[in-house]
Design a protein around this ligand. Structure first.
Ligand SMILES: [Fe+2]
Length: 256
């Protein structure tokens, strides 16, 4: 509880750290330094502060609960929007869920941490939600889009990530959505990021999204077979796709 420690001119003579726990969950710690009488902190001090720390912990728990509620509520609204998009454009039906499942499979094979996998799943499920901000007739066109139309559609990663702005705890998800059309060699959009500058979740999402789109028909083109789509992923390894992700996907793809 004691011991001198000097940093930035402030000298710590004594120190007491009390965990802030609520219903068995540790939410933080209260740190006290330098007793006024310059004596070390004692077990009596701990008893004095115990009621205060449990109150602080209860307030913290309330705040965390509120934050989680806001997060769940916002996610359910965005998921409904994404579902509505798939109803409006039947050629997108099931796309988000399939991309989520493919992405999760790759993420698990890559050994991503639980929190990274969760961010990846959310990003995959919502990766195209920004399409709600694109004029519908562009998506349904039965011809290739011209340059100006393509530019409009290319805004969807930015719009999607913008829609998640303010949702607590979604920074990694927002980043993956924003970067899901970046290419490993820097030729993608919106920023032309390359290699490791692109988040791992976005590199995974890129492969899963491209595969599922390719095996599904779109108004302006037909579908290709799973084997052809796999060949396309392999062919894009190191240019469009992260080689490690492309390789892993090739060994876990649905047609195998
Ligand atoms: Fe997209």
């Amino acid at each position: 509880m004691g011991g001198p420690f000097k940093k930035n001119g402030y000298q710590t003579e004594s120190f007491l750290s009390i965990p802030l726990t609520h219903h068995g969950r540790t939410l933080g710690a209260l740190h006290l330094t330098n007793r006024k009488d310059q004596q070390p902190f004692t077990h009596e001090d701990l008893k004095v502060f115990a009621p205060i720390t449990s109150e602080i912990a209860a307030i913290l728990a309330q705040g965390i609960g509120f934050r989680e509620n806001v997060r769940h509520f916002s996610l359910s609204i965005l998921t409904s929007l994404s579902d509505a998009l798939e109803l409006r454009f039947p050629f997108l039906s099931g796309h988000s869920n399939r991309v989520r499942d493919l992405s999760t499979r790759i993420g698990e094979r890559m050994g991503l941490a639980k929190s990274d996998l969760s961010a990846l799943r959310h990003a995959a499920a919502l990766h195209d939600v920004g399409i709600v901000g694109i004029p519908g007739n562009l998506l349904a066109k039965k011809r290739r889009l011209n340059e100006q139309e393509t530019e409009m559609v290319r805004k969807h990663p930015f719009l999607g990530s913008k829609m998640l702005e303010g949702v607590p705890g979604m920074d990694a998800t927002r980043r993956a959505i924003l970067e899901h059309h970046e290419h490993f060699d820097g030729s993608g959009y919106p920023y032309g990021l390359r290699g490791d500058d692109i988040s791992v979740a976005a590199r995974i999402l890129s492969v899963a999204e491209c595969y599922d789109s390719a095996v599904s028909a779109r108004p302006h083109r037909g579908a290709i077979t799973p084997a052809e789509a796999l060949q396309m992923i392999r062919g894009g390894s190191g240019t469009r796709f992260d080689p490690e992700v492309a390789q892993l996907f090739a060994t876990t793809a649905p047609s195998h």
